[in-house]
Every structure is written in C-alpha cells, then in structure tokens.
Design a binder for this molecule. Structure first.
Ligand SMILES: C[S@@+](CC[C@H](N)C(=O)[O-])C[C@H]1O[C@@H](n2cnc3c(N)ncnc32)[C@H](O)[C@@H]1O
Length: 310
C-alpha cells in the first residue's frame, strides 16, 4: 500500500467552492476518457444516490476517470473524499491536477503545439522525471491515442496506437481548473479495492465500479493495468460489499447484468440501467446493454428495483 501524504485542506472553505455556480458546474467532469467510464449513465444514477444530507464522506475505490466522483461532488457536495485505483499512473495524474494545475496546463500547452503522429510515438516512449510532466504525458496520450484507451503491455509500458483524430482537444483549461478545485478535499492513493475495508467507516457513501464481469468469453476488457480482474476478484468484492453493509456504509455498485453478478448480490436491491457499450469485437458497433446498480439503501428518488431481497 502506498503512503502518499494526505491532502491539506487549503485556504478555500467548502462554502466558497467556485463550482457552486451553474457556469463552473458545467466544467465539473472527467479530464480523461476511460474505458467503462460512467459519464453516459450519470443521468440514470442521479435518482439512485442517497440523500444529500446523509453524505459527508465519499469513497471511490475504482476511480477511473472519476466521472461519478465529479458528479457526486457537484450534487451531494461531500466535504471529504477518498479516491483510489490500482493504476498508479492514473492516481499520480489526479494528484498533479490537484496540486500542480498551473504547471500541468503549461506542459499541455507545449504538447498541443507539437502534436502530430510522430510526436505522439515519441512521447509514448518517454518516461519524464517529474510528477507533473508524467501527468501531462498521460493526459496527452489519453487525448490523442486510439479511443482514449489506457493499455499497457506485460512490462507495464503504455502501448496504445495513435488515435488519428482530426482535432483532439488536448488542453481544456477550465475543466482542469474545476477538477483541481473539486479535488482539494480529496485524498488519493494507488491501492487495491481490498484495502477499503481498513478505512471505510459507518455512514460513508461508497461507489464501487470494478472492471465488469464479462458478458461473454470474447467481451473481456480488463487491461487498465498489467493485472487483470477475474471471477475471484468479483467474489472478493461481493464479500467486501457484504462486510461494508454490516458496518453501516451506504453502498452503490455497478456491474454487468450477468447471472453471477445477480447471484453475488442477491441479498441487495438490484436496479437495472441501460448503457451504450461496444457489443462485439467490431469496435465501432455499439448497442444498448443492460447493466446493474446494486444498492444497500433506499435512494433519494426511489424507483422500483428489478429484484428485491427475499
Ligand atoms: C470500470 S473502471 C472505473 C471507471 C470509472 N467509474 C469512470 O467512470 O471512469 C474500473 C477501474 O478499476 C481499476 N482497477 C482494476 N483492478 C483494480 C483493483 N484490484 N483494485 C482497485 N482498482 C482496480 C482500473 O484501473 C479501472 O480504472
């Protein structure tokens, strides 16, 4: 487990957060594209969150692009957050956005000026020495690589090909600044989800979005890091969910709608949501697929769940 320094709360009081205005809230969204990202589901999630007043601390152990964190931050305004993911490069990028946003913006400006296919492959081979330059590299490669994928080879080296996009937006200054402010009261660590058990407390609102259980043998995508997420991990996660439920945490979990997932969470409320995802090996074909959201609390705008605990 890494021991990064916890966040100092800074000068800005929570009441004065700039994104409380509609204008800034519009920029409160992910600064990277991420496989399995939840942006398209946020509208459906809104009615599944707990009551605003019941949430003071928010935990997200499979952070990815942070789409749900930024949404929850704007809507429920938890005063503190603990955000983790096993992808250390991703977590370091969030830390740079939080702590060094000015330098990061400047470096992305330089990447933007030099951007072309050969420059992409040059940057892909580099390993910059400072945290902020490493973060700028991650964001640059994410914006210009194929489909915003993050994929590494067995040696942990980023190996996504060039994205061939006509005019990628490499730098969105307003978005990075809004994200930096939103992250001020957040602690970030590169950790496995199992470490959550040691830190979660009664009353925490926890959103869990693991790599999905594959809906078919060919529909497997788990390469966010050089490791993978198999059935044993799904079972460990379900066991953790049950333990955190007994502790009194408010739990919201996403997964694919499969017999195994329904079996693992049969004791809880399973809601169905509809997402547009890649549906076969042809990367361009997308279709609506049913996914599940498992809750252990009654959401603020209660809708009938598709299955009830017996
Ligand atoms: C479905 S993605 C999360 C997407 C995110 N909710 C979003 O909207 O962008 C799953 C994430 O889990 C991370 N992950 C994979 N195995 C993990 C593990 N054992 N513990 C913690 N995080 C893990 C991956 O790096 C990936 O970022």
């Amino acid at each position: 487990m890494s021991t990064r320094r916890p966040l100092s709360t800074g000068r800005l009081s929570y009441q004065r957060f700039p994104f409380r205005t509609a204008e800034n809230a519009a920029f409160l969204r992910p600064f990277v594209k991420w496989a399995g990202g939840k942006r398209q589901l946020l509208r459906q999630f809104q009615s599944l969150y707990p009551e605003k007043d019941s949430v003071s601390r928010y935990l997200e152990p499979f952070l990815g692009s942070g789409a749900v964190f930024f949404h929850v931050k704007g809507l429920l305004q938890p005063t503190r957050a603990l955000l983790t993911d096993t992808n250390a490069e991703l977590i370091d990028t969030f830390l740079a956005v939080r702590d060094e946003v000015d330098n990061l913006i400047e470096l992305l400006r330089q990447h933007t000026k030099q951007h072309c296919e050969s420059y992409y492959y040059e940057v892909r081979t580099q390993s910059p020495s400072t945290p902020v330059a490493r973060a700028a590299r991650v964001i640059y490669l994410n914006k210009t690589g194929f489909n915003g994928l993050y994929r590494v080879n067995s040696r942990g080296l980023f190996n996504v090909p060039y994205g061939h996009r006509a005019k990628p937006t490499i730098l969105s200054e307003a978005l990075l600044r809004a994200a930096s402010v939103a992250l001020r009261n957040a602690e970030l660590h590169a950790r496995d989800f199992r470490d959550l058990f040691a830190v979660a407390r009664k009353g925490d609102f926890i959103y869990l979005d693991p790599p999905y259980q594959p809906i078919s043998k060919t529909a497997k995508f788990t390469s966010y890091t050089s490791g993978s997420f198999g059935e044993n991990d799904q079972r460990d996660l379900a066991a953790l969910y049950a333990k955190l439920d007994r502790r009194g945490c408010l739990l919201m979990l996403s997964n694919s709608d499969t017999p195994l997932v329904r079996e693992l969470y049969a004791d809880f409320c399973i809601h169905q949501v509809s997402a547009r995802r890649m549906i076969n090996s042809d990367g361009e074909k997308r279709g609506p697929v049913s996914e599940v959201v498992v809750l252990n609390y009654r959401p603020k705008a209660h809708r009938a769940p598709t299955s009830q605990p017996g």
